[in-house]
Structure formats: structure tokens, C-alpha cells
Design a protein around this ligand. Structure first.
Ligand SMILES: [Zn+2]
Length: 273
């Protein structure tokens, strides 16, 4: 979540995409993995936190094109658009778990809960926090989540020699876990479902997102794009016009992509690799 690092990453990616596109294209390695309908690459559109603009702006764009997204939710935001989230689940969008507390490293002072950061909690605390969201989702949304996204992409509890990974906990509780701000896509024959790579789509134009896909797609990659708000382009807002253009591009069979939810693609890969 550190904004300067992220901005730099986006800028670097954009620069390298524009300067190296031709080279990248030449170096694309064709491997054997194929997706449904002969697609060579896969993309999932994912959104974190259950922000209101996802219900108000994002889901109507997906519905217009009849495509499904994966939404990793926090109960406190779901409550603000409960009927909208129920309808989204009924319409086939995937809802995943994003914890209750949204606890990240305590370096994000504004994300601390009761003044705690991940450095100060243990696995038992986190398990309870995650299971509370699953219980909420079952009761309020009639959904049993199979997918999880790590808040801020952080995968640890504790400090120094006492640090423990919570990836094994996610592997126990869910089929998949997605991180954030990775610089790679997921190789279908190799990737670990408990730590799926996620890439930013917030703050980018359609041309920039397409450049990112071109750069990451070699070896039949599954690229998981992640956003927060949906509206006018911003650091934590996926641009609504870019999203619309991206879906049109991904749905065109000549571009070689399969666009589906995280759980659909993970299930397909598990069966076929
Ligand atoms: Zn989040």
C-alpha cells in the first residue's frame, strides 16, 4: 500500500510496456496449457473491500456485458449496500472473504484496529477475524466463500523471529488466496492457489492495462487484476471507461483471453494441469 512505491511501479510498468512491447511480443513462449474455447490466456477482474461504488458503478458495467467478477468483501461495507450485494451474488458474481478487521501492517496507522497491526496479533486472532466474515457471508448473503484476498497483500503476523505466515491458514480455509501489487501473472502449471499474484488496475487507462496484459501474458498466464473504487480514474479507483473498454477487449475471441471469476479459473486449472 505504500503509495510512492506503487506509483513508481505503475510508472515503470507503463514505461517498460511502451518501450519493450515489440521485444516482449517476440519473446512470447508458447506452452501447452489452453483454457476453454481455445483461449491462450485467462483474466479475472477482482475488486476489494466491497466499496459502495462497486455496487453503484462497477457491477452495472459487468452486467451490461454479461461478465462475472470476484469481489472480496468486508462486512462493514457490505452492510451499506446489502441488497445490492445479495443481488450480485444471485446473478453469479463471486463473493470472497477479505477479513473483518482488514488488518494490515501497523505502518498504515489508519488501518489499525484497536491500535493493532499485523505485527501485534497471532494466528488464532486472525483465524477468528476471518471466520467471522465467513459466518456473516453465510448468514446475510447465503454465500460460502471459497476465495480470499489478503488485505494490503500482507501474509504475515508477528515481528522478526516470531513472524508466522498466515498462508497455511488460508490454504486450510479457502480454495484460493490473492495477494496484491505483484509483478507477475500466474503460470497455470505452477502457481500456488494460496498465494495467487494480483496486479493493480486502479488508476490506469485502458491502453495501460492492455500494455500490462501484453507484458504479463506469456506462458498462458492467468492474470488477476485488482481494483478498489470504480469511477473516475484515481490511485485507488478503477476507471469506469477503462473497465468498459477492457471487457470489450477481453470478450473478443481474437485476443485469446478467457474472462472468468477466480474460483472458476482455479477450478479449471486444478482439473487440467
Ligand atoms: Zn482491502
Amino acid at each position: 500500500m505504500n503509495a510512492i512505491k506503487k506509483l513508481t511501479t505503475v510508472t515503470l510498468l507503463t514505461l517498460s510496456v511502451s518501450s519493450c512491447a515489440a521485444t516482449q511480443q517476440k519473446n512470447v513462449v508458447t506452452s501447452d496449457f489452453t483454457y476453454p474455447n481455445g483461449a491462450r490466456y485467462a483474466v479475472s477482474l477482482t475488486f476489494d473491500d466491497a466499496r459502495n461504488s462497486q455496487v453503484d458503478v462497477g457491477i452495472p458495467i459487468l452486467d451490461k456485458h454479461n461478465v462475472k467478477g470476484t469481489f472480496y468483501v468486508n462486512p462493514k461495507f457490505v452492510d451499506e449496500r446489502l441488497d445490492g450485494w445479495k443481488k450480485a451474488a444471485k446473478n453469479g458474481h463471486e463473493l470472497g472473504n477479505h477479513t473483518s478487521s482488514h488488518l494490515c501492517t501497523g505502518n498504515f496507522a489508519w488501518l489499525r484496529k484497536d491500535d493493532l497491526g499485523l505485527e501485534q496479533v497471532d494466528l488464532a486472532w486472525l483465524r477468528q477475524d476471518i471466520e467471522a466474515t465467513t459466518t456473516y457471508m453465510k448468514e446475510k448473503l447465503d454465500v460460502e466463500p471459497r476465495s480470499f484476498a489478503y488485505p494490503c497483500g500482507n501474509t504475515f503476523v508477528g515481528r522478526g523471529k516470531e513472524v508466522k505466515s498466515y498462508v497455511p491458514l488460508i490454504a486450510e480455509l479457502f480454495k484460493t488466496g490473492r495477494t496484491w501489487l505483484d509483478e507477475t501473472g500466474n503460470n497455470p502449471t505452477y502457481t500456488d492457489f494460496a498465494q495467487l499474484a494480483g496486479n493493480r488496475m486502479d488508476g490506469m487507462s485502458f491502453a495501460e492495462i492492455k500494455g500490462l496484459l501484453d507484458m504479463l501474458k506469456e506462458n498462458n498466464k492467468w492474470i488477476i487484476l485488482a481494483g478498489h473504487e470504480v469511477g473516475e480514474k484515481g490511485l485507488y479507483t478503477t476507471d469506469k471507461a477503462a473497465l468498459d473498454a477492457l471487457i470489450v477487449y477481453l470478450k473478443d475471441p481474437k485476443n485469446g483471453y478467457w474472462l472468468a471469476t477466480v474460483d472458476e479459473i482455479a477450478t479449471y486449472i486444478e482439473k487440467h494441469r
